[in-house]
Design a protein around this ligand. Structure first.
Ligand code: NI
Length: 167
């Protein structure tokens, strides 16, 4: 197990589109384990491989209260979206920033598990938001991309200031 460095917005590597995983081998299981350790340590409720500079279609999520329900999604596809919800989102790649983003209320996702089994999951509420947020990462998008240009510029300035203070 190892903690992985998390890319920070506006790092251009966050814009890379992730490739599908062809073979689920030991290196993928290791990546999922390391990402889980990194997410719990942060702490966060979701992490996409893109955020640790691995451009493969793998995301992990745990929205449970006691951090005991780790979900691993390989090659996830959103098949069905309905309704709308708006909630405040944050991201481990955009530390300290929380903004409202509009998302579907319910989604169905198809994916492979770590054993390579084809699965689907219906989600709503926070889990649905989290899935949409992490799937965006695999497509090279961060939640900030859903905001107005003005807000995006403000966020970049704030993060640049933070980086100077902590450097
Ligand atoms: Ni994120």
């Amino acid at each position: 197990m190892a903690l992985l460095p998390i890319l920070r917005f506006p790092d251009v590597r966050l814009k890379k589109v992730a490739e599908p995983i062809i073979k689920i081998d030991e290196s993928i299981r290791q990546l999922a384990n390391d990402m889980a350790e990194t997410m719990y340590e942060a702490p966060g409720i979701g992490l996409a491989a893109t955020q640790v500079d691995v451009h493969k279609q793998l995301i992990i999520i745990d929205v449970s209260e006691d951090k005991s329900e780790l979900l691993v999604f390989i090659n996830p596809r959103l098949e069905h979206c309905e309704g709308a919800q708006q909630g405040e989102e944050g991201c481990l790649s955009v530390p300290g920033i929380y903004e409202k983003v509009e998302r579907a209320e319910r989604v169905t996702v198809h994916y492979l598990d770590l054993e390579g089994q084809s699965r689907s999951l219906e989600a709503e509420g926070l889990l649905a938001v989290c899935l949409q947020h992490e799937l965006d990462h695999l497509n090279g998008k961060v939640f900030v991309d859903h905001l107005s240009q003005l807000k995006q510029t403000r966020i970049k300035n704030r993060l640049a200031k933070q980086a100077r203070v902590t450097a």
